[in-house]
Design a binder for this molecule. Structure first.
Ligand code: ZN
Length: 258
């Protein structure tokens, strides 16, 4: 299988040896990077239903980090170059933790950390990132280069948690390009879950599935009982028409890869 530069880079991050942190209990529970090495990540289901709790009207799913990142990020020549710049920046300064250097490098203070648990996020691994715009003059000041600065793009400086304990075990930060406006899309989509049927029954949640609410539709009934839940098979069936319902998380559908 031929992978794009983006797919290869994400895969490389997800299988990067992030070490054995003193605080982690990975020997007992397994570390993400070790688990990822044992499987073909691209073959994973983009979205899996973890649990349905009818009494609370909750639908908890986990979304494949690989598929989510692949959907939104691009590892271009610019991104590769910017990644090198960042690592040179770290090298020239100190041994500070990369998270600290990410803030210094971009001049931004806020690091976005997306946990795997709702309501924060639904991905199967933790992300830590800063989204920023390419500075004016990027490209060594060469006129020819300057013209090619992708102005409609933002950059994301990203680390993926590869360990077991969240206090340590992040990958080396890598820069990817995202479409301008894509950052809002990513941040908005991360906690979104939808469950919908061809017949029109549709429910959504904006807090990682903790609060599912019917989507407005004049003709459709709006009771949770219209959605039959079949936990054993990890599928949700529609009571209105009997079909299996399409579940999506963070903007990715369950069967819609490639
Ligand atoms: Zn239906």
């Amino acid at each position: 299988m031929i992978r794009s530069a983006t797919e290869s880079k994400i895969q490389q991050m997800l299988t990067e040896n992030t070490g054995v942190h003193l605080l982690d209990s990975g020997d007992a529970y397994g570390r993400n990077w070790e688990r990822n090495r044992a499987i073909d990540i691209s073959e994973k289901d983009p979205v899996i239903i973890d649990e349905v709790i009818p009494d609370n009207q909750e639908v908890i799913v986990s979304v494949s980090t690989y598929h989510f990142l692949k959907e939104h990020l691009q590892y271009t020549d610019w991104a590769e170059r910017e990644t090198e710049e960042f690592h040179q920046f770290c090298k020239d300064r100190s041994e500070s933790p990369q998270m600290h250097m990410m803030k210094k490098y971009t001049g931004l203070r806020v690091i976005n950390t997306f946990d795997m648990d709702p309501p924060g996020g639904v991905l199967d691994q933790i992300l830590q990132f800063i989204i920023y715009d390419p500075p004016l003059g990027f490209g060594d000041g060469l006129a020819e280069d300057m013209c090619r600065i992708p102005v409609d793009r933002s950059w994301i400086l990203l680390q993926i948690h590869g360990g077991c304990d969240v206090r340590g075990g992040y990958t080396d930060a890598v820069v990817f390009e995202i479409e301008s406006g894509g950052s809002e899309f990513i941040l908005f989509n991360l906690p979104v879950i939808t469950v919908e049927c061809e017949c029109g029954v549709a429910w959504s949640s904006y807090d990682g599935g903790r609060t599912m609410e019917p989507r407005y539709s004049v003709s459709m009934p709006h009771d949770w009982e219209d959605v039959i839940l079949c936990e054993d098979e990890k599928e949700i069936y529609c009571a209105n028409c009997g079909s299996a319902m399409q579940v999506s998380g963070a903007g990715l559908g369950s069967g819609e890869d490639e």
